[in-house]
Design a binder for this molecule. Structure first.
Ligand code: GDP
Ligand code: IMO
Ligand code: MG
Length: 419
């Protein structure tokens, strides 16, 4: 059997705890590769009493032996990437950026924010980082790639031509544009820092696969934020599902082996858009408080609610999930009753799939008995019986085994169940 990469993917609306599991698995992998998204992602990792917030650098960076790859499917803001790099002093030789990744430049963020303002109450609630405009330029074929950073005057001239083409739109949006000379200076600064890391990462990953190295593919965002399969238009602009890992790195679908889907034991969403199992009352607030549900990237309070088994089953199928890592079980500690969305009602009809317009769906709940505490428990058998029953019920509803269970932010509070 040929060597295959392991994949980690978010099954809900992002922030499921991917960073913790990537860090956990990176300890037994040689390469960790990001394939989609940009610095809209925020992955928090707790090691001992240190907390790290990563946005673009793969979460394997905290293992000094892992090589980290930023693939072609990512949109990269050089300014933010360089700032993030400053936390580490040993990146050369273990961090590589695809020359085919697209550049996200400051004007993309300004366009993103201007569009959101213009949309008023129809705003998506983006992170304001420029993700949509950067991917938009890529598919419109007016984007600029990381490889072009190696020749700043040539790239500055190209960007200036692009500005000319869209000048009217930029003016209406109130976006201030740099001059060509300013651009040369800005881009030269990026080149000075990033040049040693820029390479053809497709070849790098092929070599790693062919020489039997263990590779971990790190998803960002979540299935319900996918550009095609999420709650459009309230989504991000990239392919966040498993399929994106192949195109976002330049590997074949058959190069992907085991898929671990990450899901919280409840649900959150940040930004606007449908979220059928959202709880606007006391329970939602309690989940937010217990789970510290405030965004890593924007600090916004996350909307909270119950586990959505319909959406999770959809995500299991679309991503080809082999096992689930169930995160933040401890956040449900102390609830007398725990609800799970087991179906939706649309126009008075009960359905068990994700409909075209999730806004129209109201949740059908089943209620499970709660438990006292799971916080910090490190073996499945030591979990309270009602917690074990909750997990078993979820496995049946979503059609996948929960092979990993997480009971605190700490590295060591991770239950790995035997196959
Ligand atoms: P990601 O974007 O999927 O990597 O997730 P985030 O890092 O944005 O959000 C997950 C948050 O939950 C982080 O602050 C983690 O430290 C924290 N976390 C992860 N696993 C657990 C857990 O099992 N219990 C608790 N209480 N917190 C957790
Ligand atoms: P991680 O990797 C949660 C959401 C935004 C907004 C929508 C579009 O940490 O799980 P964008 O800035 O991408 O155009 O915003 O997507 N969003 C996330 N929500 N976790 C993320 O990443 C997210 N990345 C984007 O809040 O609703
Ligand atoms: Mg996050």
């Amino acid at each position: 059997m040929a060597n295959q990469a392991d994949l980690i993917i978010g099954l809900q609306w992002g922030d499921e705890g991917k960073g913790k599991i990537v860090d956990h698995m990176a300890q037994t992998h040689d390469y960790v590769c990001r394939f989609a998204g940009g610095h809209n992602a925020g992955h928090t990792i707790v090691i001992g009493d240190q907390t790290y917030a990563l946005h673009l650098i793969p979460s394997g960076v905290l293992n000094s032996s892992a090589v980290n790859v930023v693939g072609n499917g990512v949109v990269l803001s050089p300014k933010d990437f360089i700032e993030e790099m400053e936390q580490f002093d040993d990146l050369e030789g273990r961090l590589f950026i695809s020359d085919k990744a697209h550049l996200l430049l400051p004007y993309h963020a300004l366009i993103d924010q201007a569009r959101e303002r213009m949309k008023g109450d129809k705003a998506i609630g983006t992170t304001g980082k420029g993700i949509g405009p950067a991917y938009g330029d890529k598919v419109t074929r007016v984007g600029h790639r990381v490889g072009e950073l190696l020749d700043p005057p040539k790239l500055a001239a190209k960007i200036t031509t692009y500005f000319e083409m869209y000048r009217g739109i930029f003016e209406v949006m109130g976006v201030e544009l740099p001059t060509e000379a300013e651009l040369v200076e800005e881009l030269s600064g990026y080149k000075a820092v990033l040049a040693p890391y820029i390479t053809d990462t497709t070849l790098l990953v092929w070599d790693a696969l062919d020489s039997g190295k263990k590779i971990l593919l790190e998803g960002a965002q979540g299935t319900m934020l996918d550009i095609d399969h999420g709650t459009y238009p309230y989504v991000t602009s990239s392919t966040t599902v498993s399929a994106g890992a192949a195109s976002g790195l330049g590997i074949a679908p058959r190069d992907i082996g085991r898929v671990t889907g990450i899901a919280k034991a409840y649900c959150t969403r940040v930004g606007n858009g449908p979220f059928p199992s959202e709880d606007h009352g006391e329970a939602g607030q309690r989940l937010r408080d217990n789970g510290h549900e405030y965004g890593t990237t924007t600090g916004r309070p996350r909307r909270c609610g119950w586990f959505d088994a319909v959406a999770a089953r959809h995500a299991v199928r679309i991503n080809g999930v082999d096992q689930i890592a169930l995160m933040k079980l401890d956040v449900l500690d102390g609830f007398e009753e725990i609800k799970v969305c087991v179906a939706y009602e649309v126009d008075g009809r009960r359905i068990d799939y994700v409909p075209y317009d999730l806004e129209e769906a109201t949740p059908v709940y089943e209620t499970f008995p709660g438990w006292d505490t799971t916080r910090g428990i490190q073996s499945f058998d030591a979990l309270p019986q009602t917690a074990r029953e909750y997990i078993t019920a979820l496995e049946e509803m979503v059609g996948a085994k929960m092979g990993i269970i997480s009971t605190s932010p700490k590295r060591e509070d991770t239950i790995v169940r035997k196959e």
